[in-house]
Design a binder for this molecule. Structure first.
Ligand code: NAD
Length: 495
């Protein structure tokens, strides 16, 4: 059985806390490893090493930092298959999906190669007579990332590429459920020439998280996970004087208007609801069928479900793998029961799917006639369960989304450009798709939701990521002629 250690000062470090957590292969139910859980003292050691490394790294020239990012990007591309295999072995998602995750993370490395341009400040000559004013961006020092199980490579890459390129040292606390991807990333950073200590991994649970949130030398915390934890991270981190961005859970609605291309909408709903077994923060979990599109749309979605293949992520014919754990699978199955008991129509029941072996499998579920008071609507299920809510009008559909607790992504399917434009104007969500079901922004925009899907005010990666991981300084400068110098107690003015 594999022992999964920490990564500190450019090398693996076996944990000393005496606490570990089991790691499983969700496709078989077998325990494959044991991950060390860091104590507060081990976190403090990692932060101390990172602090030393940060001092030298911020002095590295922009072109040197860019060179490391270029090399890291090449290594990531070369080792994408290995990384995808590691993801599948601990997360369970199918290999093609894992490769997709790596590809999206790689885009963040590509964005960060442009760091010399991204760090540019502004310059105003002659703001007053003989006075120039300019702004510069500087790194924060040591920053931390705390990440969820569902994207064990992509979400760390959202954060660390930008943070490191900007001149910070980055300490990652990955999910204890699938921690091995983080260690492979650490090795790639080392191979890319990143100085020791600039990228560290501390594996752990609540104790490690609390140690990071309260450590005086951690300047900022970037978090992705569930909403209750995101809120806790934001409140605790900011109470300890840190800059925090904490992305939470989601309930993403896909509105289908009566004029939509029906087959394309059904394909999109099925892909976005059941891909990665619904364990995506941008998964479509609610289809809002407007008007008389509802019956044909539900039929079209239902017709596609028997053709989906479920199996181990390593099986090239499988489209959907297992869930992350037995506990989570049972929780999701419980929601199907709750939905039926509350009066939803069970069009397809995932509990009936049979996959041989002890993997954490659940088939796909389609619930129709779901209403906003049902738990299957209000809660983030995070599994292969798609709810259909029927709305009489476009206005009702938008009201539903805007009254929902979450505001991560949303999408509209229509042939009417005016309706789509109105939707983009009206809807309270951070990421909007027009005939695109999973509108994850490309790396040169930024990713983030609204409402209970994000605590803090900067989105992740892209321009917001640079903003989050740097602070600006504004310099007012004069090179006076000593002959013109005089005492003046008045407030500085430019006119
Ligand atoms: P989670 O909140 O359970 O865990 C996330 C991280 O927080 C992990 O590193 C975990 O060790 C740590 N953690 C867990 N409980 C904690 C606690 N009580 N105190 C301190 N730290 C704690 O989330 P998860 O189950 O790993 O991931 C799934 C969730 O993440 C879903 O809600 C999903 O929507 C969300 N998510 C959101 C986004 C987004 O961009 N908004 C992206 C991916 C996942």
């Amino acid at each position: 059985m594999k022992r999964i250690a920490h990564w500190i000062g450019g090398a693996e470090h076996a944990g000393t806390s005496g606490r570990t957590s089991p790691v499983f292969n969700p496709a078989t139910g077998e325990q494959t490893g044991e991950v060390d859980l860091a104590s507060s003292a081990e976190v403090a050691n990692a932060v101390a090493v990172a602090k030393e490394a940060a001092k030298a790294w911020r002095e590295a020239s922009l072109s040197r930092r860019a060179a490391v990012l270029f090399k890291f990007r090449e290594l990531l591309a070369d080792r994408a298959g290995d990384l995808a295999a590691v993801i599948t072995s601990e997360h369970g998602k199918v290999l093609s999906d894992a490769a997709g995750e790596v590809a999206r993370g790689l885009e963040n490395a590509e964005f960060a190669t442009g760091i010399p341009h991204l760090m540019k400040g502004s310059y105003s000559e002659q703001a007053s007579t003989g006075v120039d004013v300019y702004s510069i961006r500087q790194p924060l020092g040591v920053v931390a990332g705390i990440t969820p199980f569902n994207f064990p490579a992509m979400v760390p890459l959202w954060m660390c590429t930008t943070a490191i390129a900007a001149g910070n040292a980055f300490v990652l606390k990955p999910s204890e459920k699938d921690p091995s991807s983080a260690l492979l990333l650490a090795k790639l950073w080392k191979e890319a020439g990143l100085p020791e200590g600039v990228f560290s991994v501390v594996n752990g649970d609540v104790e490690a998280v609390n140690a990071l949130l309260t450590h005086p030398d951690i300047a900022a915390v970037s978090f992705v996970g569930s909403t209750p934890v995101a809120k806790y991270i934001y409140e605790t981190g900011t109470a300890h004087g840190k800059r925090v961005q904490a992305l939470g859970g989601a309930k993403n609605h896909m509105v289908v208007l009566p004029d939509a291309e029906l087959d394309a909408a059904a394909d999109a709903a099925v892909s976005a609801a059941y891909g990665s077994a619904g364990e995506r923060c941008m998964a479509v979990s609610v289809v809002v069928a407007v008007g008389d599109v509802a019956d044909p749309l539900v039929d079209a979605i239902a017709a596609r479900l028997p053709k989906l293949t479920i199996g181990a992520g390593t099986d090239p014919s499988a489209q959907m793998g297992p869930l992350i754990s037995a506990v989570h699978r049972d929780k999701v199955a419980g929601y199907i029961t709750a939905g039926a008991d509350a009066g939803a129509t069970v069009v397809a029941d995932g509990r009936e799917a049979e996959v041989p072996g002890d993997g954490y499998y659940l088939g796909v579920t389609l619930l129709d006639n779901v209403t906003p008071d049902m738990a299957v609507y209000t809660d983030e299920i995070f599994g292969p369960v798609l709810c259909v809510v029927r709305a009489g009008t476009y206005a009702e559909a938008v009201q539903l989304i805007n009254e929902n607790e979450y505001g991560n992504g949303t999408a509209i399917f229509t042939r009417d450009g005016g309706a789509a434009r109105q939707f983009q104007f009206d809807v309270n969500a951070g990421m909007v798709g027009v005939n695109v079901p999973i509108p994850v922004p490309v790396a040169y925009y930024s990713f983030g939701g609204w409402k209970a899907s994000l605590f803090g005010d900067t989105h992740m990666y892209g321009p917001d990521g640079i903003h989050f991981f740097t602070r600006t300084k504004v310099v007012t400068s004069r090179w006076p002629d000593p002959g013109t110098s005089s005492v003046d107690l008045g407030f500085p003015q430019t006119r």
